[in-house]
Design a protein around this ligand. Structure first.
Ligand code: SF4
Length: 373
């Protein structure tokens, strides 16, 4: 492999990795711009196997989007509707939201993942009551709810600080934050594709506060639209810098841009090769974040399987009710059973491990399947 790394111009990066020296912006840019994808994948796979061996994590979860009414106008978003009453707009009642969990009483769910549009009219109680209701129905369920963008929006809407919002939601049962809303931290891109929601510094600061309050969170990166290689690496380095400070991120999650039904529909979606490279470079740059997730809904199942050899060690979970990607043209199924996820991990030559939100092992080998509802 040394000869191949040399001819790919990556020998010095390999040496840095072997010596435990951190990669910098220029290294990251070269990992994106070199032609030998397999050499980059080989480096990332070594880092992945050093941490996790063949182990590949997934969880038994459900995603809910309680409303798609959103005052923001992100160019890549096919999910949001500006006002209640607009075609395709919906807002679930709390009974409808809770019913999604009640109807799954037979499923061994460990996590509910909730993200919403930025609805201008819902009262703050809608969110706290939602959390309390979930815990009433199933006290052991982990509530990973509301992106940093939602937290910032609620703080502004109800004239609270970001910390007050987080504290109130935690008192109602919030256990952790998902990583959505990061998009690309570089201001040039953010101004163009997501100009009217919270900025990068505030996104990171909300995660900083959440970590200080004792919550773990994830961080995402939306790739494959107008961002440059350097802006991707800059994004990874900003996440890495916060992780140095707090240690609160559990997973880095690259999210593929999907072009259907949104204002950027003239752009092509990222290729499989690009997706694999993004996961590999994420593994190499984010050296202090334990997990890199290939979100199978966004990458497609086959690419997610391949990404398990390009730095990724986590596939997210059973998901079940995903709307955001499917409204943007995702052709993946809306859910998988635990048996299906385990089978595809094994067929990729990896070892499936069911985890909870904190990556505690729930089960190494499954012999039961989730019954879809
Ligand atoms: S990405 Fe989020 S904040 Fe942006 S328009 Fe869509 S729902 Fe609203």
């Amino acid at each position: 492999m040394r000869a191949r790394l040399r001819s790919a111009g990556l020998e010095d990066i390999h040496e840095k990795l072997e010596a435990g020296v951190r990669l910098d912006l220029d290294d990251g840019r070269r990992l994106f711009e070199g032609s030998d994808l397999l050499a980059v994948g080989w480096l990332a796979n070594r880092e992945r196997e050093r941490r996790h061996g063949p182990r590949t994590f997934y969880n038994c979860n459900i995603r809910l989007e309680a409303t798609n009414v959103c005052v923001a106008s992100c160019l890549f978003c096919a999910f949001a509707r500006l006002k209640p009453g607009d075609e395709g707009a919906y807002t679930m009642s709390l009974e409808e939201v809770w019913d999604k969990l009640r109807r799954r009483a037979n499923q061994p769910l460990t996590e509910i993942h909730v993200v919403n549009g930025l609805h201008p009219d819902l009262p703050f109680d809608y969110y706290t009551d939602m959390l309390r209701g979930f815990k009433r129905i199933r006290p052991s369920i982990h509530l990973k709810c509301f992106t940093a963008v939602e937290i910032a929006f609620l703080a502004d809407l109800f004239t609270m600080t970001d910390e007050q919002v987080l504290r109130e939601l935690m008192a109602a049962g919030l256990d952790s934050l998902p990583g959505g809303g990061a998009e690309i931290f570089a201001e040039r891109v953010r101004k163009k594709i997501a100009h009217d929601k919270c900025g990068s510094d505030r996104y990171l600061d909300i995660h900083r506060i959440a970590h200080r309050l004792g919550m773990r969170t994830n961080v995402t990166m939306l790739y494959g639209h107008i961002e440059t290689a350097e802006e991707r690496v800059d994004h990874m380095l900003r996440a890495r810098a916060l992780q140095d400070e707090t240690g609160g991120f559990q997973a880095f999650i690259p999210l593929a841009f999907h072009p259907d039904n949104n204002q950027m529909r003239k752009l092509p979606p990222p290729s499989a090769a690009e997706t694999l490279r993004v996961h590999a470079v994420s593994r190499l740059m984010c050296d202090n974040i334990d997990h890199v997730k290939a979100f199978w809904i966004a990458t497609g199942i086959e690419v997610a399987q391949t990404a398990l050899w390009f730095g990724a060690d986590d596939l997210d979970g059973t998901v079940q009710e995903e709307k955001i990607y499917h409204m943007a043209g995702a052709r993946t199924p809306e859910s998988m059973t635990t048996r299906e996820i385990e089978r595809l991990i094994r067929r990729a030559g990896r070892e499936p491990i069911e985890r909870d939100t904190f990556y505690n092992v729930v089960r190494g080998v499954s012999d039961t399947s989730l019954t879809p509802v």
